[in-house]
Design a protein around this ligand. Sequence first.
Ligand code: ATP
Length: 280
Amino acid sequence: MPTQETETQQADDQLITTDIQHAESTRREQPDQTVLEARDLDVFYGEDQALRSVDIEIPEHKVTAIIGPSGCGKSTFLRCINRMNDMIDVCRVQGELTFRSKNVYDEDVDPVALRRKIGQVFQKPNPFPKSIRDNVTYGLEVQGKSATDDDVERALRGAALWDEVKDQLDSSGLDLSGGQQQRLCIARAIAPDPEVILMDEPTSGLDPVAASKIEDLIDELVEDYTVVIVTHNMQQAARISDKTAVFLTGGNLVEFDDTASVFEDPEDDRVEDYITGKFG
Ligand SMILES: Nc1ncnc2c1ncn2[C@@H]1O[C@H](COP(=O)(O)OP(=O)(O)OP(=O)(O)O)[C@@H](O)[C@H]1O
């Protein structure tokens, strides 16, 4: 049984190096551990506060849905996790956001190494104007590693796309359908073997059939990864997530619990109003 100290040391080592490690995964043996934790997390854009004193523990190998009305800070929270907010000059983060007990805002954390462990898929499928193969290998090559054909196949299989594209790996990723493009982006995200995948409304631009395929895929991905998904679609959150976090206007996290509890028996009246469609 690893101690908290050794786990923290391991997380430190992983985040401050860009080495790719293909060690045998031990994740499934420890299904109930907290992988991400926010403590008293505040986020500001200039003078405006977008998140207020957020406390949350996100468990590994689960799907955690982040829901709430427009502007409540869902995307801001997601971007905090892998430090995408670093790209926004006016953004300031206070408090702690830990990944395996290591504060991702510590000075010695390399954001590129962090983003290898915590990948991201965006709302609009955004493949590069390159071949399908190059889209997948990009995630590894940006780390200074060359990718093998096996790496490409593994990632495309992991994203449930291999059978559809195995004979056209040199065709442009842009020639795929919207749903296939999104699965290609998922393949690109999993190629570096991350532990966490962040998804910001990954199905909102897709037709129902393509969206349903992504939902099925998320169900498979969680065997190997931890998934945190922002969605406006409450049915989707109820269908695919194990845990649900509800943010409300002002950037407050007002409820975080098992998805069934949040949807069937919410503790906070405002959450009940939100999920029954009274506002938002
Ligand atoms: N780059 C930015 N610069 C300044 N303010 C920002 C920036 N990004 C977000 N905000 C502000 O922070 C608050 C939270 O925005 P955020 O996009 O995180 O909310 P959201 O819940 O994801 O919204 P939506 O559901 O509409 O996507 C909003 O008031 C928004 O205007």
